[in-house]
Each structure stands twice: as structure tokens, then as C-alpha cells.
Write a protein that binds this ligand. Sequence first.
Ligand SMILES: [Zn+2]
Length: 285
Amino acid sequence: MAVYFGVAGNSASFFTMGYAHLLQVPEYLKKFELDAYEYQCGHGVRLSEQKAKDFKKLANDAGLKLSVHSPYYISLSSIEETKREKSVEYILQTATLAENIGAKRIVVHSGSAGKISRQEALELAKDTLKKSVFKLKTEGLSHINICPETMGKINQLGTLAEVLELCLVDESFIPCVDFGHINAREQGLLRNKEEFLNLFDNIENKLGTERMKQIHIHFSKIQYTAGGEQRHLTFADNVYGPNYEDLLDVILKKHCEPVIICESDGTQAEDAKTMKTYYQNISKS
Ligand SMILES: [Zn+2]
């Protein structure tokens, strides 16, 4: 049974260890025995075709599971039609880059739910995703899985229920479940294993066992206020949580094979390695 552990972007130690370039990422991750990497396009999709090709080969040789995070300015639920149309375009750009580097999954934020009702925002987001998946199909990219992400702030679209609803738009969609976001948004909900188990049961009931097993996971401890997410922390935190041990115990219990991307603040690789070591120990016993 395979659970993949990896990082979002580059940790502080990537640079202090003397690395500087994307093409050095596979070698760096090998030092931590990690096998997943989420390439960040939060501020735009920019990577030359040659570099993408070179990275694809190195990542493939290293057995890395790759994903791509799409731009933050995507707004599936925008009340402006032109912004929704542009979002389809950005999703296509991200999927094209994913194809070029050999990634199968692209993570997408839904947008805000501030100006209209959550239900209206959800309907707009569904429609934009329908158009996006149609676009990917016509461009020969239907094998790239769109992963709508659960969000950390109250005024963003992206509760787990909303994300599962969005995943019903197309059976190729995989939820990106950010447990730090859920915990922050719900003011510390995930304080024990049972709460994690509830979420997995929700996913299974809505999307079926197979899709539940394959979910994409973002994990970090996150500081929050009444409005939700404030900032990402490291595993040194013992105030806000959630605990990775509870998550991994439930993953083992539910026989899941997710990709787990650690988003700790600067210590992604170290903390991902901590998670992997814990998981290896519990799956042996
Ligand atoms: Zn995200």
C-alpha cells in the first residue's frame, strides 16, 4: 500500500543546503526519502518547456509523484463572467504545465463567497469547473485531475461539504483536503481521531470508497482567529494543531493511499519526513 509524502515548494533547508534550482529538487527530496512534490504556480504559470522536460525526466527517474498548485487569483465563483472565463484559461495553463512536467493533479482554489450567498457562489464555481473540464477534454488533457481545495478562511468558498459538491461535477475530480485549513476554519475542530474519521466517512459517503482512498492532502499546523486561517506554523507548534498522528492513524485504518503534501512554514521537508517515519512505524506494527 502506497502513501506518498512530499512538500509544497521549497523548504528553507533546500537553500541552506546549497540548492537553488528546480532541477535539484529530486536530489534534495531523496535526502529526506520523500516521494512527492507540489510545484507552485500561485503567482502565475511560468516554466520554460525545456526546463519542464528536464524536470520531468529527473522526477520520473526519482519516482516522484508530482502535482501543480494553480494560481491564487483563480476565482471560480466570481460574480464577473470575464473573471470566470479567465479562470478556465488559467486552469488550462496549469494543466498544460502539469502535462509537461508529468504531474497528474492540479490543485485549485474556489474563490470567495463574500458578495453573494454561499449557494450562489457554489453554483457559479460548479459551472466554471464544468467549462474547465470540457476545455481540458478538448485539449487532450482529460487525464489531468482537477483537485478543488478546502479553504482556511470563513469568507472563502471551500468547506469540505462545498468541495465534495464541486467534486461531483466530474468523476475525474479529486478533493484536495487541507486538514490545517479545516481545523483553522472550524476553530480547532480536529482535536481527536474521531473528528478525522468523520471527515473521511463524509468523503466516502459522498464520493465513494475509491475516490476517498485517493484523496490529495495538504497538511500543516495553522494559527487561526475567528475569521479562520491566519498563518502556517511548523510541527514545533503545540497550541493550534491539528496532530499529524491522528490523521495518519485514520489513513491506515481506512486503507487510504493519498498523496500528502506538507505545507509547514519553512520546514516542509523535515515535517514531511517526520510524518513518513511515523506512518512507517504504525504500518509495521
Ligand atoms: Zn492551496
